[in-house]
Write a protein that binds this ligand. Structure first.
Ligand code: KIV
Ligand code: ZN
Length: 513
């Protein structure tokens, strides 16, 4: 058995299924490039058959990524698999990931199929996929709650038909580490051709055990692929978090005895990019990538770390990509320096016009903020990534008045399509007044379900405020993100960004629907 642990990232597919985390094609491509810099082995780029938009995302990532394998999800039917193969055509290395549910509950209630029908469909799907692609992964959805005899039958058939990877999802996050590890080991022991495939784990975090379960699947079960997402992004409580499993395997190589090919110095940049793009903020005490992960507040700890780092540190902050906030650019930096910094950050804007536009915004920001950090640049081009169609609403001007004892008041000017609107409102605070002013004209009827504000770069009130707004309307949930040194302006931008997402209706089939 090999000692290489394959890292399969599904931020752009399972992560994106998280309500409000949907991303544009440009955003996904930017994250895919960062995943490639991180050297993940496989990037699950999307679910090509779910919508034309997703098809284009998979195709665009397949066209640009050269090092990592690019994968598309497909339900176990010919149409989905053909769409996946079509979208993956430009890929240097492609994988089709096909799945069908195998638990009694899912087969009976969701698929309304008998076990024999599911078995046959899995067989035909893997056979069909193998004719289109040499690298085929098969997942029995809700595999962990499936009946073991039946699951063995399905998986043996999938391997006979040519599946090269067998993935065992704990779709609902029900597993506990020891049992999950044993479950995988027993499947591998009972299935006669199990050694012809790589075994993979895919754990959801509903009981907070996704990382522990995945590691048990590797250590006890003998799996050699982990499916995970940056920051543990994913539906409900999320998926297994990439940064945690990778650092666990690396830091405890003495125990796991496995190699991962990840460039760990790219972990924090990847985490920031995903959180800034999706608006899913990373909690400060999150392992590895949380703002406090390497901060030693207690005097005893600080003293220990100063005398000898390893008294309280098991990993080095710089090994996972934490660097002291570096001033990268300022007011006097020119277009070339700005373009170079974009390149260093792996950000490729499509045209010279896009670069000029971003540079103009950079100059505007540098006029108001003396030191510009990498995070500021990422936020700035985040604004650039919205397609003209998505930019239906744009902030033009905002002024507000707030004084102790007075009722706050805001005046906002914004574009809605080709028209300009002006609105004013009172509110409980300046943010409330600004959003009320916008809503008084837009009349979206959306419910505000989350509002959060963070400093983009920690440790200073000079930082830009980054605001996330989550809106819910007609069964859809969207996140909008806005950044500005003025948090009221950032809030209005975030609100308009969320409205843009509501405006651009995307119909897609849910992967587990
Ligand atoms: O959780 C799950 O079951 C999945 C499958 C589609 C692999 O994401
Ligand atoms: Zn999943």
């Amino acid at each position: 058995m090999t000692d290489k642990l394959i890292i399969f990232d599904t931020t752009l597919r399972d992560g994106e299924q998280s309500p409000g985390a949907s991303m544009t094609r440009d955003e996904k491509l930017r994250i895919a490039r960062q995943l490639e810099r991180l050297r993940v082995d496989i990037i699950e780029a999307g679910f090509a058959a779910s919508s034309n938009g997703d098809f284009e995302c998979v195709r665009s990532i397949a066209s640009h990524i050269r090092e990592s394998v690019v994968c598309s999800l497909a339900r176990a039917n010919d149409r989905d698999i053909s769409r996946a193969a079509e979208a993956l055509k430009p890929a240097a290395r492609a994988r089709i990931h096909t799945f069908i549910a195998t638990s009694p509950l899912h087969m009976e209630k969701k698929l309304r199929m008998t076990p024999d029908q599911v078995h046959e469909q899995a067989r035909l799907a893997v056979r069909f996929a193998r004719n289109l692609c040499a690298d085929v992964e098969f997942s029995p959805e809700d595999g962990y709650r499936s009946e073991p005899d039946f699951l063995c039958r399905v998986l043996e058939t999938a391997i006979t038909e040519g599946a090269t990877t067998i993935n065992i999802p704990d779709t609902v996050g029900y597993a506990v580490p020891e049992l999950y590890g044993q479950f995988i080991r027993q499947l591998r022991e009972r299935i006669p051709n199990s050694d012809k495939a790589v075994w993979s784990v895919h754990c959801h975090n509903d009981l907070g055990m996704a990382v522990a379960n995945s590691l048990a699947g590797v250590k006890l079960g003998g799996a050699r692929q982990i499916e995970c997402t940056i920051n543990g992004l994913g539906e409900r409580a999320g998926n297994c978090s990439l940064e945690e499993v990778v650092m666990a395997v690396r830091t405890r190589r003495d125990y796991f005895g496995l190699q991962v090919g990840i460039d760990t110095t790219q972990i924090v940049p990847a985490s920031r990019m995903v959180s800034q793009t999706t608006g899913f903020v990373v909690q400060p005490n999150k392992a590895v990538v949380g703002a406090n992960a390497f901060a030693h507040a207690s005097g005893i700890h600080q003293d220990g770390v100063l005398k000898a780092r390893d008294t309280y540190e098991i990993m080095r902050a710089e090994d996972v990509g934490w660097s002291a906030n570096k001033i990268v650019l300022g007011k006097l930096s020119g277009r070339n320096a700005f373009k170079q910094r974009l390149q260093d950050l792996g950000i490729e804007l499509e045209s010279e016009a896009d670069i000029n536009n971003a540079f103009a915004r950079f100059k505007d920001l540098a006029d108001r903020k003396s030191e510009i950090f990498d995070e500021d640049i990422i936020a700035l081009v985040g604004d650039e990534s919205v397609t003209p169609d998505a930019e239906h609403y744009r902030l033009l001007a905002l002024s507000q008045r707030s004084e102790m004892g007075e009722r706050p008041f805001a005046k906002v000017a914004f574009a809605m399509g080709a028209d300009e609107f002006r609105a004013e409102a009172y509110g409980n605070g300046p943010v409330d007044a600004s959003l009320k002013a916008i809503e008084s004209q837009v009349k979206s009827g959306a419910e505000l379900v989350l509002y959060s504000v963070n400093a983009i770069t920690s440790g200073s009130t000079e930082s830009q405020g980054e605001v996330t707004v989550r809106l819910q309307h007609g069964g859809r949930v969207v996140n909008g993100v806005g950044a500005d040194p003025d948090i009221v302006v950032a809030s209005a931008k975030a609100y308009l960004s969320a409205l843009n997402k509501l405006h651009s209706k995307v119909d897609r089939v849910a992967a587990q629907g």
